[in-house]
Ligand binder design. Structure first.
Ligand code: MN
Length: 481
């Protein structure tokens, strides 16, 4: 593993932030952490400071703000050294002290300890997102560096960490829209959990790359030529699906040749208008598979992801194409850290963005409001948030994300809250359905609400699938029942 030094971190930061005051604060945080960790070693034999330095570097690659970078450097000082929260607040600022404290409160799960302790801890991770999403972003960078250096741990530890990463941290990265972190976290876990399958797929991935590369390069050349003529500035990249992503598709029963997005051409332009112009260019050169076209610019994914997706014929093969702006690309790669240069207080801007754009955040808050028992809380989060989803639409085209198995009643409580108690019927794709209808992705739903309705009938709590709907139904139970 090639090691990095403070200068590498500073150079990485300067790619997006050249403010000298910020740079000075980062250097101060590095010196502070070096001082307190002095003499401590990692299991690899390296000086301990290499760990927080790498964590800060990962955060800098995601364009994190200065408070987050400093907190990344300081993240292990409260737990492992004599530094105190008060001192960090005094030397730096309140924000940084709270971020470090937030990260410290999230302990790694101990598989040997009782479930209740682990679940209480997992709840801290989960509700941490609702307080300041940067806490979990630092924790993700911390976990990523630990996964990268997992070869120094014993094999049972490797297994435990990998399971935990795959079950909790990777989904978090995914739902926060940080795809790069998600891909690396899931690939590393997969490598430790199923080493043989990992090697086989890794090799297949290389073969695919070799087979498809000439086609994608040709396409890239043709598209660039026209964009140059039209004087549209662009950036073209080629991405290959990550190993775990391929494994998941194969486990769904797909054959390798049927995975249409193994290789993707990414075209990044400077404005939304130019995204659509570029789409026209691509379609003028290559025939699209019409049913694979998606406009996630008009209708973002429920984790805030925006892009145009089209899959086109290239001979007898398909090439997946993604077209988006630089801003959309930054958010798609890094998630919410990409908001570092926002106007105003970073924390409140980020919390607003996440609550506006990420539906998993709404689900977490709903579930958090219902359960006092940590075991039930974690069970619901696993089955309703980190689980398979259906995506359905209202009559205006707004998308809602619900756990698979949800019914009309769950949808009604999600979009209407307590008012759903007055639900009397629904149309799905213009056809009348009963309230126990199980939602399918792409359903278009119109709810029929009658204010004269007496409220939920006795069977509603059995029909409902989500704990949020169930809890509101119980509150609304008519007295004669
Ligand atoms: Mn750490």
């Amino acid at each position: 593993m090639n090691s990095i030094c403070l200068n590498d971190l500073i150079n990485e930061v300067k790619k997006y932030n050249t403010n000298q005051k910020d740079i000075d604060l980062i250097i101060k945080a590095y010196n502070y952490a070096s001082f307190y960790h002095d003499g401590q070693k990692r299991e690899s034999g390296e000086e301990y400071i290499t760990h927080p330095l790498n964590v800060a570097f990962i955060l800098a690659e995601t364009h994190a703000d200065t408070d987050t970078l400093c907190a990344g450097l300081l993240h292990d000082t409260l737990e492992d050294t004599k530094a105190t929260k008060e001192d960090i607040e005094h030397e730096f600022n309140k924000n940084i002290a709270e971020l470090v404290d937030g990260v410290t409160n999230i302990k790694d799960l101990e598989f040997s300890s009782v479930e209740e302790v682990n679940n209480a801890n997992m709840r801290k991770i989960i509700v941490g997102v609702t307080k300041d999403v940067r806490i979990i972003l630092i924790k993700l960078a911390d976990r990523l560096h630990n996964m990268r250096t997992l070869n120094y741990k014993k094999s049972n530890k490797q297994r435990e960490k990998s399971i935990e990463t795959l079950e909790i941290y990777a989904p978090f990265a995914y739902y926060l829209g940080a795809y790069r972190l998600y891909c690396e976290l899931s690939d590393l876990s997969f490598m430790y959990l199923k080493p043989n399958e990992f090697e086989v797929l890794k090799q297949q991935r290389i073969n695919i790359k070799e087979q498809y590369m000439p086609l994608v390069e040709e396409m890239s050349y043709k598209v660039s030529r026209i964009l140059n003529d039209k004087e549209i500035p662009y950036d073209i990249r080629i991405r290959v699906k990550n190993v775990y992503g391929i494994y998941e598709k194969l486990s769904e029963g797909k054959r390798l040749v049927d995975i249409h997005d193994l290789l993707a051409l990414k075209v990044i332009v400077d404005s939304v208008d130019n995204c659509y112009l570029t789409l026209g260019v691509v379609h003028s050169l290559y025939k699209p598979l019409n049913y694979k076209f998606r406009d996630y610019i008009c209708t973002p994914k429920t984790n805030g992801y925006q892009s145009l997706h089209t899959t086109v014929y290239s001979g007898d093969r398909f090439i997946h194409t993604q077209i988006r702006t630089h801003d959309m690309d930054k958010i798609a790669s890094f998630g919410f850290n990409a908001y570092w240069d926002v106007q105003g207080d970073t924390r409140s801007v980020m919390q607003k963005e996440i609550s506006d754009k990420c539906q998993f955040y709404t689900s977490l808050k709903e579930i958090d409001s219902i359960f006092t028992n940590n075991n039930e809380f974690v069970k619901s989060v696993k089955s309703e948030v980190f689980s398979e989803k259906v995506y359905v639409y209202d009559t205006l085209g707004n998308v809602s994300e619900l756990p698979k198995g949800s019914t009309i009643i769950d949808y009604a409580y999600r979009v209407r809250g307590p008012e759903a108690a007055k639900l009397v019927g629904a149309l799905v794709n213009d056809k009348s359905v009963s309230l126990n209808y199980v939602l399918q992705s792409k359903d278009r739903i119109k709810l029929i609400i009658d204010n004269l309705s007496k409220g939920p009938s006795s069977d509603w709590s059995q029909i409902a699938h989500t704990s949020y709907a169930k809890s509101l139904i119980l509150k609304n139970k008519p007295t004669n029942y």
